[in-house]
Ligand binder design. Structure first.
Ligand SMILES: [Zn+2]
Length: 184
């Protein structure tokens, strides 16, 4: 999933936990300025946000994407309005599919909510999405399995159900499934 953060109106701040003297958007802000203004601080669910990889910052007025970044860390901060979080992220640039698709384009996760923070799935992040390895080892991968773990997964099943005998497994499989059409 990706996280979308919508900037508010420009506002000078004092005592900001991220050391900024202003937040919100202003005309002709750079991508770096948009990221710095939007990366915190927010009330974020650590469980959800720790699974996010990409961050889109949109502006308040036009709802256009002003920065696209890859999240590297989530930090926690005590503020006068409770414990909040900020994102550490590196800006992405031309050539990256997330950047090329969304920069300066309308917010792909736009909704009617007043909440600045929105989570959502975007098709361009699919090749980058990490998930749990299907073998159950607890590792994460951008594919179905951590490399080599597809064999592990098969071997575990052969061990569990066929006493470790690949022959028994094959015999069972052939009896269970109709013959496949011959490859042409
Ligand atoms: Zn695995």
């Amino acid at each position: 999933m990706a996280i979308r953060i919508r900037l508010g109106d420009y506002e000078r701040v004092t005592g900001d936990v991220l050391g900024r003297d202003a937040i919100g958007c202003f005309p002709r802000m750079t991508e770096a300025e948009a990221l710095e203004a939007g990366r915190g601080v927010w009330r974020l669910d650590m469980k959800i946000v720790s699974r996010e990889r990409f961050l889109l910052i949109t502006d308040a007025g036009q709802g256009l994407v002003r920065a696209v970044a890859e999240i590297t860390a989530v930090t926690e901060h005590d503020t006068d309005r409770g414990r909040k979080k900020a994102l550490e992220a590196n800006l992405l640039g031309p050539g990256h599919p997330m950047y090329d698709t969304y920069i300066n384009q309308p917010d792909p996760l736009a909704n009617d909510s007043r909440n600045s923070v929105k989570y959502g799935d975007l098709p361009e992040e699919l090749p980058f999405r990490t998930r749990d390895c299907a073998c159950g080892c607890g590792g994460t991968t951008t594919h179905d399995f951590v490399p080599g773990h597809e064999l592990r997964a098969i071997q575990a099943r052969v061990r569990e159900h066929f006493g470790g005998s690949v022959l028994s497994f094959i015999t069972w499989l052939d009896a269970e499934l109709p013959p496949a059409a011959p490859a042409s």
